[in-house]
Design a protein around this ligand. Structure first.
Ligand code: ATP
Ligand code: MG
Length: 302
């Protein structure tokens, strides 16, 4: 079952005096399954926030269709079950963290008894234990990000949309946020988040959509994108005279007592292994080196 389905989404903006239109989203198609963590990856200015604003109904697309749980994204019942953390969130400086969450709970008409219970659970979950009564003007950038994440969860949403949730967080904060996102998935929630921090995406996303210049240039299960991308096999061996390796025209590197041969082809690798065995060499390891998400991303945007 699809949590989010975007078909042929287009958006242009006019940004100069002569009202010349620029196509910002050129024809976006995306599918997010229920219960999955979807990473929306793209460089600055690619169109991530614009897509997210269209999903949330904050701006209107020129063309295309957006369905959430098989219903139009703009229907009020659907929006009741959406959570959203904007890029660079800013809140009222003079509210305390607790007051902000109470305010958000009221917007969702959550009864006050239930909201204090929800807030009591959310504050420690986002690592702001003991900060409930601190005014937001005294919060650091990372703390604002954390409270923003808490307000995105106040209505116990089915789908959580996070625009650059990792920005401004230190490594510990990023790890904590990754754990919270994984915990949400375990509860059956769908998480859609944008980022250009590839490492975080690689660690938690089930599926990745890569946007570049307003177009989705690749979409797929992270496991498939990465596993089909063996770059080369690395064979490490020893106990063979160097002259024999040279005589076989094999290019190699030496590291301490060992030789390293990298081969992009499995057949070629097998021939080298055969050579090592025939020459009574000792195989130490054979490792397939896969492309990282970063390699795939760089390859695709080239
Ligand atoms: N309201 C607007 N009017 C004119 N141009 C806009 C408007 N909003 C966005 N754009 C342009 O659309 C393009 C995509 O912007 P968007 O904010 O969606 O990128 P992004 O992928 O979220 O980038 P970042 O990683 O920097 O957040 C940019 O070139 C931006 O200048
Ligand atoms: Mg953005």
């Amino acid at each position: 079952m699809k949590a989010l389905e975007i078909t042929n989404l287009k958006k242009s903006f006019s940004s100069n005096f002569f009202l010349k239109k620029y196509d910002i989203l050129k024809s976006i198609n995306m599918n997010v399954e229920r219960g999955e963590i979807y990473g929306f990856l793209g460089p600055n200015g690619a169109g991530k926030t614009t897509t997210i604003k269209c999903i949330l109904g904050l701006i209107f697309p020129d063309y295309g269709n957006i369905l959430i749980n098989n219903r139009p994204a703009h229907s009020p019942e659907i929006r009741q079950k959406l959570g959203f953390l904007p890029e660079n969130p800013t809140f009222y400086d003079y509210l305390t963290a607790g007051e902000l969450l109470l305010f958000s709970a009221r917007l969702f008409s959550i009864p006050s008894k239930k909201s204090s219970e929800v807030i009591k659970n959310l504050i420690p979950m986002v690592g702001l234990d003991g900060k409930e009564n601190v005014k937001l003007k005294n919060f650091s950038r990372g703390m604002i990000q954390r409270i923003g994440f808490a307000q995105a969860l106040i209505n116990d949403p089915d789908i959580v949309i996070l625009d650059e949730p990792f920005s401004g967080l230190d490594p510990i904060g990023r790890k904590e946020l990754r754990n919270i996102i994984i915990a949400l998935k375990k509860k059956g929630k769908t998480v859609f988040f944008s980022s250009h921090i590839l490492q975080d995406m690689e660690l938690i996303a089930d599926k990745v959509g890569i946007i570049f210049n307003g177009e989705i240039i690749k979409e797929g299960k992270l496991s498939e994108l990465v596993s089909h991308s063996v770059q080369y096999y690395e064979l490490i061996f020893s106990n063979i005279d160097e002259s024999r390796i040279r005589a076989n025209n094999l290019s190699f590197e030496c590291k301490e007592e060992n030789y390293i041969i990298r081969s992009p082809e499995i057949d070629e690798l097998n021939r080298v292994i055969e050579f090592v065995i025939l020459n009574r060499g000792k195989i130490i390891s054979v490792t397939p080196t896969k492309m990282t998400l970063e390699d795939i991303f760089l390859r695709e945007i080239k």
